[in-house]
Ligand binder design. Structure first.
Ligand code: NAD
Length: 474
């Protein structure tokens, strides 16, 4: 029988009568069973967070930092157990799961070093005016299934540092690693400061609507983000939304094909393409298009698709059936329109597991669904362009605005292009690098607000201005 996991509410690991099964996408077997919480459990978690807020918000920041650092160490100390569990529920290959666990520990430690300092607005004989930051209160955190632990801790750590308390809901598809983390930190943080509860998608709107939650920090699809914004408007909850993307990578004619082809491949196919900031449209200058596309295709043929727990797997399964069906639909649409495939395109329906072969399309039109929509799977369209102006316009022709990349030896030209892209992040000659000290957030329909860095930390606070009139009573 699959292991029964429990939730963390008010410092205790608790079960519920109703449960949910969690499926390993590599073989469709149940790998764990988790509580299916409803309004009653949510109320208990929120009440615990509200009680804890009274003391946690007044706990000296150095003590809060110490608790966050202890969480980072707990992740690092249990690295091997956590990465195996992560692969079994999420599907990503072991080396990528190791990366996520390492990044989660490092991210938490880095967040603990951030500082919120007071700002003096006016310091005159007449008046002293100072802006300070105060925690918003109880935070509701909602996260997706592609980087379950990393996304959870990048909300928990800054919430805690700011003085907030949190009720976090993992995705119903990938709650196990986060619940194991909950067990590991149970005695490292005071009861009620961190609560982790699991349930169906329907638990999400209950969190958004809960009258005693002050802020929602959400990572997931743009469609759900819009519902959250609508739900949060009822009582004007603060919101941070990290949403979808359709990131463009632009490869200039001076890019070194031998050096760049493999990196371009992984910028799209890491985590089977299920990354908000994966390169989802690759524009290659016409002078090097044939050579570069052949080099990417040749490298792609050396990469194995399979169970992430098996040695040598480079690309794992799609995380869940719904997403698998969506990616298959996009491939079928490309076939129906007669677009040319450089690699892959034939999904084998026999056998278990949600496997999609590495698929690369050769110069499909700009309005193809595979180009215009976020695929979130191991399917990459390569497109030809002629001029910088043309490619900038095509890259910006999207409702999304999350990230992008430019590949060139001429970094000045790269930066000039980057400055014209309508996205929150642009990389020159690298990809997927997120710094815990730089604000990460989307333009347009890719998000609202930011995570990471001091800007991300501020999102868990209100500003309060205190003004002292110096000469009033003297
Ligand atoms: P999703 O929006 O379906 O689900 C995300 C979370 O929201 C889950 O925990 C889900 O249970 C919950 N949820 C579902 N319906 C809800 C509702 N009505 N109200 C409140 N919560 C609800 O997203 P997903 O399929 O899990 O993740 C994939 C998407 O996430 C992609 O679009 C991807 O680009 C995006 N993403 C963005 C970032 C980023 O930082 N910008 C990072 C990772 C993933």
């Amino acid at each position: 029988m699959a292991e029964l996991y429990r939730n963390l509410i008010d410092g205790e690991m608790v079960s519920t009568a109703a449960t949910l099964d969690v499926i390993n996408p590599a073989n469709e077997q149940v790998v764990g069973t988790v509580p299916a919480c409803g309004p009653a459990e949510l109320d208990r978690a929120v009440a615990a967070a509200r009680r804890a807020f009274k003391t946690w918000s007044k706990t000296p920041v150095e003590q809060r930092r110490a608790a966050i650092n202890a969480m980072s160490a707990a992740i690092a100390d249990n690295h091997d157990e956590l990465y195996r569990l992560l692969t079994s529920e999420q599907g990503k290959p072991h080396d990528q799961a190791q990366f996520e666990i390492g990044a989660a520990s490092a991210m938490v430690a880095a967040q603990a070093t951030l500082e919120l300092t007071d700002v003096i607005n006016e310091d005159t004989a007449e008046r002293l005016s100072r802006t300070r930051r105060v925690p918003v209160g109880v935070v509701g955190g909602i996260v997706p299934w592609n980087f379950p632990l990393l996304m959870a801790v990048q909300k928990i750590a800054p919430a805690m540092l700011s003085g907030c308390t949190i009720v976090l809901k993992p995705s119903p598809f990938t709650p196990l690693t986060t619940l194991r983390f909950a067990e590991l930190i149970k005695d490292l943080v005071p009861a009620g400061v961190v609560n982790i509860i699991t349930g169906e998608d329907s638990l999400g709107p209950l969190i958004t609507a809960h009258p005693d939650i002050d802020k929602i920090t959400f990572t997931g699809s743009t469609a759900t983000g819009k519902k959250i914004m609508e739900g949060a408007s009822k009582d004007l909850k603060r919101i941070t939304l990290e949403l979808g993307g359709n990131d463009a990578s632009i490869v200039l004619p001076d890019a070194d094909v031998a050096k760049v082809a493999e990196q371009l491949f992984w910028s799209s196919f890491t985590n089977a393409g299920q990354i908000c900031v994966a390169a989802k449209r690759i524009y290659i200058h016409e002078d090097i298009y044939d050579e570069m596309s052949q080099a990417i295709a040749a490298y792609a043929r050396t990469v194995t698709v399979g169970d992430g727990a098996h040695q040598g797997t480079g690309v794992g399964p799609i995380q869940n059936k719904k997403q698998f069906d969506r990616v298959c639909e996009l491939i079928e649409d490309a076939k129906a329109h007669g677009y040319k495939f450089l690699v892959g395109g034939n999904v084998d329906p026999s056998g278990s597991g949600y496997y999609v072969p590495i698929t690369i399309l050769d110069n499909p039109p700009e309005d193809a669904r595979i180009v215009a929509e976020e695929q979130f799977g191991p399917v990459m369209p390569l497109m030809k362009f002629s001029t910088d102006e043309e490619v900038i316009e095509r890259a910006n022709n999207s409702d999304y605005g999350l990230a992008g990349a430019v590949w060139t030896k001429d970094t000045d030209r790269g930066v000039k292009i980057a400055e014209q892209l309508e996205t929150g992040t642009v990389w020159i000659n690298e990809f997927l690098h997120l710094s815990p000290f730089a604000p990460f957030g989307g333009h347009k329909q890719s998000g609202f607000g930011a995570e990471y860095g001091v800007e991300g930390l501020k999102e868990f606070t209100y500003s309060q201005v205190i003004t002292v009139k110096r000469d009033a009573l003297v």
